[in-house]
Design a protein around this ligand. Structure first.
Ligand code: SAM
Length: 200
C-alpha cells in the first residue's frame, strides 16, 4: 500500500473536490470483468463517486478482485465504490427516489440522442448486458431512453465504449456548468472520504 505523503494526501483532496455525487451508472448484468473494470476506470476519470450494479444472474458474484479486473481498472475500483442491487427495476426506482433521473441506454420509440440529455441534473446512466442489453421493464421505468447514433454495419458498441462516450458528454456539460470548480461533496463527506482513501 502507498505511503501517505503530504503530496499524496493533497492529491486525494484534489480528486475528492471534483467528485460528482450526482453522476452515476447502473450496470445491469454487465458480466465480463474487463468491461466492468473499464467502466469503473472511466467513472473515476469523470468523477463518479459511487457506481451501481446488478450482478449477472448466472449465479456468479460481481468480480472485483480477479486479475482481469485489476489489470483493466488500473486500480480505479479502489476509488469508486460499487453498490450492488438485486434487480434493475428496483435499483432504478431507488435511484429515482433519491432524485436521480435514470437514462437507459436503450433503443425504443422514445429514444433520444444521448447529447440531448441534461447531465447537470442528478443523473444515472443505465447500461445493459452484452448479450441482451437493458431489459425492457428497466428501460420503461427509466426517465428517458438514450442512444449513441450508429451509422456502421454493426448495431451496437461495446458497453464500456458506450459508457465512456456518454460519461464524457456528462463531464463536458458539467465542466461548462462549473460543477468541477467547487466541491459537490459536503465538508463532512469530504473529510470522511479523505480519511477512508488515505487509510483504507
Ligand atoms: N444485443 C444487445 C441489444 O440488443 O441491446 C446489445 C447490447 S450492447 C453490446 C451492450 C450495452 O452497451 C447496451 O446495453 C448499452 O448499455 C450499451 N450500448 C451499446 N451501443 C450503444 C449505443 N449505440 N447507444 C447507447 N448505448 C449503447
Amino acid at each position: 500500500c502507498a505511503v501517505m505523503t503530504p503530496e499524496r494526501y493533497a492529491k486525494i483532496l484534489r480528486v475528492l473536490h471534483r467528485r460528482q455525487p450526482t453522476l452515476t451508472v447502473l450496470m445491469d448484468q454487465v458480466n465480463k470483468p474487463h468491461n466492468l473494470s473499464a467502466i469503473i476506470r472511466t467513472c473515476d476519470a469523470v468523477g463518479v463517486l459511487e457506481a451501481h450494479a446488478v450482478p449477472p444472474d448466472d449465479g456468479r458474484p460481481l468480480e472485483f478482485e480477479g486479475h482481469a479486473f485489476e489489470a483493466t481498472s488500473g486500480s480505479a475500483h479502489k476509488w469508486v465504490r460499487v453498490q450492488r442491487h438485486a434487480d434493475a427495476v428496483g435499483a432504478v426506482r431507488g435511484l429515482q427516489a433519491r432524485g436521480f433521473q435514470v437514462l437507459a441506454t436503450h433503443l425504443s420509440q422514445r429514444s433520444v440522442d444521448y447529447r440531448d440529455a441534461d447531465y447537470t441534473r442528478p443523473t444515472c446512466v443505465l447500461l445493459g448486458a452484452e448479450k441482451w442489453g437493458v431489459n425492457d421493464a428497466a428501460a420503461e421505468a427509466a426517465d428517458a431512453n438514450i442512444v449513441i447514433p450508429m451509422y456502421g454495419m454493426v448495431q451496437s458498441l461495446n458497453v464500456s465504449v458506450a459508457a465512456a462516450t456518454i460519461l464524457f458528454e456528462a463531464q463536458r456539460q458539467r465542466l461548462a456548468a462549473g460543477m468541477y470548480a467547487a466541491p459537490q461533496l459536503s465538508p463532512d463527506e469530504l473529510r470522511n472520504r479523505a480519511f477512508e482513501w488515505a487509510y483504507p
